[in-house]
Write a protein that binds this ligand. Structure first.
Ligand code: HSE
Length: 328
């Protein structure tokens, strides 16, 4: 399977490393970062691209851009892993649309386009007989979309609850365990590289709300928007509040919650018993899916990271290849 990659940040670099190190049957024929691009229908030499990025700061030819890769590249699937723009979803959405119109599959880790334009992108993909997959947008390495679509097929999903933001979970864990202040814990989280470029997205609950929108639209197809989510972040939480919760054998977690039957769509700090399945530590994510047949299923795993996000993208790519090979 031939793929073109847009984005050489942490996710793009992780993808290249995994594709180079594993025998996955994926050939990279196009790649672009924000300043340059490279095209080779026979397959790009991955180690040369990695070295160029490390030594020159660009992956390829400055005369070429992401648009050239999308328009002229010889690929079966576009892997769109550029940073999220949660306001417009651009330029990523435009690139995805063009690839779909060219009859190419799309795999993305980009939350903006999926939260904002999911219905449009899906109907365009259907029209052109291709797939758009976005496992990496929610829960990092956790295969939540595959679980919903396949493992839980035929179930009615009643509700989803989850810890969908690793940065705020890390901050809450550090505040409770080490007595760090909110500001100290945020600084540590940023140093670890998990936080968004603008960390207010993490601590004000916006990143978790974007992921809740993506999950809700995947499950219930109701086309909810970020503005439909009732959002409270963790930025006003004090050490005293956490200490009081801990004294009752409880703790505080930022919980994203969707229960359509009760009209609930919210992200807010909640007090939970320390033994609750959603009480995970540090940057872990956890998602509980409540269903009519299977009951409650809780998935726990790494919600961010270079290799972990690459895992979700590669899972999507290999799924598309298998389905496609069977002619579906
Ligand atoms: N900033 C996000 C988080 C990264 O902390 O969960 C993964 O989407």
């Amino acid at each position: 399977m031939k793929i073109a990659i847009l984005g050489m940040g942490s996710v793009g670099r992780g993808l290249l490393e995994m594709i180079d190190g594993k025998d996955l049957g994926l050939t990279v024929t196009g790649i672009a970062d924000s300043k340059s691009a490279l095209l080779d229908p026979d397959g790009i030499h991955i180690e040369e691209v990695q070295m160029a990025k490390r030594e020159r700061g660009v992956c390829g030819d400055k005369e070429l851009s992401a648009a050239d890769v999308v328009e002229r590249g010889d690929y079966d699937a576009l892997v769109e892993v550029t940073p999220t723009d949660a306001r417009s979803g651009e330029p990523a959405t435009g690139f995805m649309k063009r690839a779909i119109e060219r009859g190419k599959h799309v795999v993305t880790s980009n939350k903006g386009p999926i939260a904002l334009h999911f219905a449009t992108l899906q109907s365009l993909a259907r029209k052109h007989g291709v797939a758009i997959r976005y496992e990496a947008t929610v829960g990092g390495a956790i295969p939540v979309m595959h679980t919903l679509e396949h493992g839980l097929a035929g179930n009615r999903v009643i509700a989803v609850y989850g810890i969908l933001n690793g940065t705020s979970n890390f901050i809450l864990t550090r505040m409770a365990a080490e007595g760090l202040t909110y500001a100290q814990a945020l600084l540590e989280a940023r140093e670890m590289g998990y936080a968004e470029a603008d960390p207010t997205y993490d601590v004000k609950g916006i990143d978790a709300a974007i992921k809740l929108v993506i999950l809700s639209n995947t499950i219930w197809k109701r086309n909810v928007k970020l503005s439909d989510v009732n959002i409270t972040g963790i930025d006003m939480l004090t050490n005293d509040a956490l200490r009081l919760a801990e004294e009752q054998h409880c703790t505080i977690r930022l919980i994203a919650e969707a229960v359509p039957e009760k009209g609930i769509l919210r992200v807010a700090p909640r007090i939970l018993p320390r033994t609750h399945p959603l009480v995970v530590e540090n940057t872990l994510n956890a998602i509980t899916i409540d269903t009519d047949m299977a009951g409650e299923i809780t998935l726990i795993g790494k919600g961010a990271g270079s290799k972990e996000t690459a895992s979700a993208c590669i899972g999507d790519l290999l799924f598309i290849r298998d389905i496609h090979a069977r002619g579906h």
